[in-house]
Ligand binder design. Structure first.
Ligand code: HEM
Length: 512
């Protein structure tokens, strides 16, 4: 018993980094009591049934039965890494955000890379956008940039997100992903043309996570100590360069290694070859937000650096593999609503929906106290009147769990953390945005590709669109791509066996 208690103590005190098991470690139950026999259940006599009083057996099976938690409803397949962000700029003139207080400031980070549509055990190399989520553990609380590798998105209003994902996920009947379903959806959503063009280019099959850029996609605000704000977009640029697989290379890799991106990332980190990314910002003054041909708060649009200059603001290096996949990667919870003073949400309609959705799914997936889990817990004290709930491990220790109060230990607020102000006027409404410009940037992207990459795009896209049985859907999609660029639409129409005249006629009817 004495040995058992020493071992138990060692386990508790090293909860974050489990002690290496040795041949002398005594097996215990969850209550810490040593186990006498882990190989034979308690039975009645030589040949009798198993006894309910075998509490070790019952607990072992019950714990096993409950090992799975819901996987993420999207981005289920992913891998996490720890690292560090070092700011290269003092941005205190435009934001009070802690990481940018001064050049050289270091902030610990946790990053999770992911693919979107398929489930937790799916191959990593399939065509999909890739998630690039970063949690900054700052002294003003946790700040998450929950971005993707592609800088734009399929839709511009959160109300369409569940439909988008339902169409892309496996069919509820056959449980197979089906181009007939998702192109049916996309043929009613012309704003998807830009994202689809990028996704079906080789950027839809990055070579690995290290050689991939990231983007916040949605627009946020930087707010300074005078309460003034600027709209801001974030881009992570890989110092390993950006490299993609062709569709064939991705398929070959999938057949060789199901976990190719994890293998690449973890092997490189294990060898001390730490990947890094530079963080760039682009900003727009609120007074300029209406001075663009497109709506800068529309996430189907890229902000071209030629038009909106980029500024490098720091570098992130990833250098530590988590000790435990479930505890850190699987239980990590990133949310656009995790913001800190100096960072706010913009009026971007997608981001506004995301502000609700992530924290909501975390309460479902991980429980109401998910931010107490070690990977999600801020590196500073959390002080508020929130209490109790399932899995609470840091409950209030104060008698004053309400506000306002005159008593010792009452809470106070920080004036500098007040939200910035935005003048608004008008009537409540449900309207599409003006300046939709659904096709222009898709065409720009196509024209910037070299001949080989254009061919890859057409053949990748035709591979899926060609499977769509309904000619009307194929014609509508081809008309979108024709509207983006005539050469693009013409080649695609030929590749999926369509009458070019019909595609051109439909394209002529489409609004910009
Ligand atoms: C994950 C919702 C758009 C990037 C998730 C999750 C939900 C969700 C529910 C699962 C979170 C979890 O279980 O931890 C939505 C909604 C959207 C939207 C409602 C639109 C209104 C976007 C966009 C991006 C994005 C535009 C890219 C900028 C991500 C990433 C993750 C994620 C990277 C994985 C985070 C992680 O690694 O844990 N999203 N999403 N999502 N989403 Fe979105």
């Amino acid at each position: 018993l004495a040995i058992a208690s020493i071992v138990i103590f060692a386990n508790v005190s090293h909860a974050q980094s489990p002690v290496e098991s040795t041949s002398t470690t005594i097996l215990t139950r969850d209550n810490g009591a040593p186990v006498g026999d882990n190989q034979n259940s308690q039975v009645a006599g030589d040949s009798g049934p198993v006894l309910l009083q075998d509490t070790h057996l019952v607990e072992k099976l019950a714990r096993f039965d409950r090992e799975r938690i819901p996987e993420r409803v999207v981005h289920a397949r992913g891998i996490g890494v720890h690292g560090e962000f070092v700011s290269s700029a003092d941005l205190s003139d435009i934001t009070v955000a802690a990481p940018f207080e001064q050049a050289g400031k270091e902030t610990p980070v946790f990053v999770r890379f992911s693919s979107v549509i398929n489930s937790k055990g799916s191959p990593e190399t399939i065509r999909d956008p890739r998630g690039f989520a970063t949690k900054f553990y700052t002294e003003q609380g946790n700040w998450d940039i929950v971005g993707n590798n592609l800088p734009v998105f399929f839709i511009r209003d959160a109300i369409k997100f569940p439909d988008l994902i339902h169409s892309l996920k496996p069919s509820p009947i056959t449980h197979k992903q089906d181009p007939n379903r998702f192109f049916d959806f996309f043929s009613n959503v012309p704003e998807s043309t830009h994202m689809l063009t990028r996704l079906y280019s080789d950027f839809g099959t990055p070579k690995n996570y290290r050689e991939m850029n990231g983007s916040s996609v949605n627009v946020h605000k930087f707010v300074n100590d005078r309460g003034e704000f600027k709209y801001v977009k974030f881009t992570w640029k890989s110092n390993q360069g950006e490299h993609n697989y062709t569709a064939q290379e991705a398929q070959d890799m999938q057949a060789t290694d199901f976990n190719a991106y994890t293998t690449d990332l973890y092997d490189n980190i294990a060898q001390g070859n730490y990947p890094s990314w530079d963080l760039y910002i682009q900003t727009i003054d609120p007074s300029d937000i209406n001075n663009f041909a497109f709506n800068p708060l529309d996430d189907t649009k890229d902000w071209y650096p030629e038009e909106i200059p980029e500024q490098k603001v720091g570098t992130m290096t990833l250098n530590r593999i988590p000790d435990n996949f479930f505890q850190e990667t699987e239980q990590s919870a990133f949310a656009p609503s995790n913001m800190i003073p100096g960072v706010e949400a913009s009026e971007d309609r997608m981001l506004q929906g995301r502000l609700f959705s992530y924290a909501d799914t975390h309460r479902h997936r991980l429980g109401v106290n998910n931010q107490m889990l070690p990977i999600n817990r801020p590196r500073i004290d959390v002080v508020n009147g929130n209490q109790d709930g399932f899995g609470n491990i840091f409950n209030t220790t104060s008698d004053v769990n309400y506000q306002p109060s005159r008593r010792e230990g009452s809470f106070s607020e920080m004036e500098a953390a007040r939200a910035s102000q935005l003048p608004v006027s008008g009537t409540t409404q449900q309207q599409a945005i003006e300046k939709t410009l659904n096709f222009q940037q898709a065409g720009d992207f196509y024209r910037k590709l070299d001949e080989v990459n254009r061919e890859h795009l057409i053949s990748n896209l035709a591979g899926d669109l060609g499977k769509v049985e309904d000619k009307e859907i194929r014609t509508e999609m081809a008309a979108f791509f024709y509207k983006a660029d005539r050469d693009y639409g013409t080649k695609l129409a030929q590749a999926v066996d369509l009458n070019l005249g019909e595609v051109q006629q439909r394209a002529a009817e489409l609004e910009e």
